[in-house]
Design a protein around this ligand. Structure first.
Ligand SMILES: [Zn+2]
Length: 149
């Protein structure tokens, strides 16, 4: 049986991803391991050297986006392409390029990054939809808000 692979970004370790994914084979680059060691974060990760042609492929996509992705980020994405595995990251730059590459990514701190609440306003008396504040123009009831579904 082959174990499922995840590509691990430094931000994932810092945000304590490992409690969620203890059954996976965890792969990362030498740069990430070095960064983690310098921060005193220790995690049992498998180090891999990404293929140069895949790094170049990522760089070309990155140029099109005119984004400023670091070398370390490009290497991670190259590994994700090689292993056809998702990247665990909270780094917005990596997530952005991953989307362009068709690489799946898994945020650790999912809520707070992706969830944007939209409100709608309604009258607590007659239940009509209403403007932002004050009282209802129809019945004079108080205006309340709720999450738009
Ligand atoms: Zn009303």
């Amino acid at each position: 049986m082959t174990q499922k692979i995840l590509i691990i970004d430094a931000s994932a370790v810092i945000n304590d991803f490992s409690t969620k994914y203890s059954d996976y084979r965890l792969v990362t680059t030498t740069k990430v391991v070095k960064e983690l060691k310098s921060r005193g974060a220790i995690e049992d990760l498998e180090e891999r050297i990404p293929k140069p042609d895949l790094i170049k492929f990522v760089s070309d996509i990155d140029k099109d986006l005119s984004d400023k992705t670091s070398e370390a980020d490009k290497e991670l994405l190259a590994l994700a392409l090689e292993f056809r595995a998702p990247v665990v990251t909270d780094d917005y730059g990596i997530q952005n390029i991953a989307t362009k590459l068709g690489v799946e990514f898994i945020p650790v701190l999912e809520e707070g990054i992706t969830k944007v609440i939209e409100w709608e306003y309604y009258c607590s008396g007659c239940r009509r939809k209403a403007g932002k504040s004050g009282v209802c123009k129809v019945c004079g009831g108080r205006i309340k808000r709720r999450e738009r579904k």
